[in-house]
Ligand binder design. Structure first.
Ligand SMILES: N[C@@H](CCC(=O)N[C@@H](CS)C(=O)NCC(=O)O)C(=O)O
Length: 220
């Protein structure tokens, strides 16, 4: 099957978008990144809501059997890429128990940590920037502590064993947010070991937000 022309609607600093960019890079699959600004209303435009009624990124778009396909939710998109392309690491391990454990780690971030830091959530919590930061710091640290405990018995160099999985694709962008919000994580030995393994790899570097940062960052 020829590789579809993939368009990824993303935002440079969106951690959920980075998960998918990470998967694309690790599996060495080409795609066209198209930026959707989360800060100036573009993600709430009719055009973007038609792609994803939640107004979220990432969204993956491609033609399949003559039909336009749109995939949402980063973990589902990564699962699609993993099943549709045999290149690179198997991001969802084959073994049923390994798969469930790697997926559970991913969900600690995807379901238990990142949603609480979404812009509409922390702005509803408070309009004060210092309060918002405290909120984000609390929930990021909480998520990383849970990750540490869950990963400890199964991690090798990576979150599950010694190969990159969907769990790492979620953890590393979350650590970037931890650094952004000045949340310490280096006292968590397993999380730190995984971080050190990932940051030196080409897939991490190729998908990093700095590679997608707009030349002019909107002030809104
Ligand atoms: N669970 C979703 C989360 C998507 C999500 O929350 N995306 C954020 C960026 S990381 C977003 O688009 N937020 C829009 C907003 O905060 O207004 C996924 O994994 O794709």
């Amino acid at each position: 099957m020829p590789i579809p022309a993939y368009t990824l609607y993303h935002y440079w600093r969106s951690s959920s978008s980075w998960r998918v960019r990470y998967a694309f890079a690790a599996k060495n699959i080409e795609y066209k990144p198209v930026a959707v600004n989360l800060l100036n209303g573009e993600s709430e435009s009719a055009e973007h809501l038609a792609r994803n009624p939640a107004g979220f990124v990432p969204v993956l778009e491609f033609q399949h059997s003559g039909k336009l396909e749109r995939l949402t939710e980063s973990l589902a998109i990564i699962d699609y890429l993993d099943r549709a392309h045999s290149s690179g690491p198997k991001l969802y391990p084959e073994d049923p128990i390994a798969r469930a454990k790697a997926w559970a780690l991913a969900e600690v971030i995807n379901a238990g940590t990142q949603p609480i830091q979404n812009i509409p959530v922390f702005t509803l919590h408070s309009s004060d920037a210092a309060e918002q930061k405290k909120w984000n710091q609390h929930w990021i640290r909480n998520g990383l502590e849970i990750y540490e405990e869950l990963a400890k018995p199964v991690a090798g160099a990576y979150s599950y064993g010694n190969q990159l999985t969907v769990a790492d694709c979620c953890l590393l962008p979350q650590i970037y947010n931890a650094e952004r919000f000045e949340v310490p994580f280096r006292d968590l030995p397993t999380v730190t070991r995984i971080y050190e393994s990932c940051i030196v790899t080409p897939a991490y570097r190729a998908s990093h937000p700095d590679r997608f940062k707009p030349a002019v960052i909107p002030s809104v």
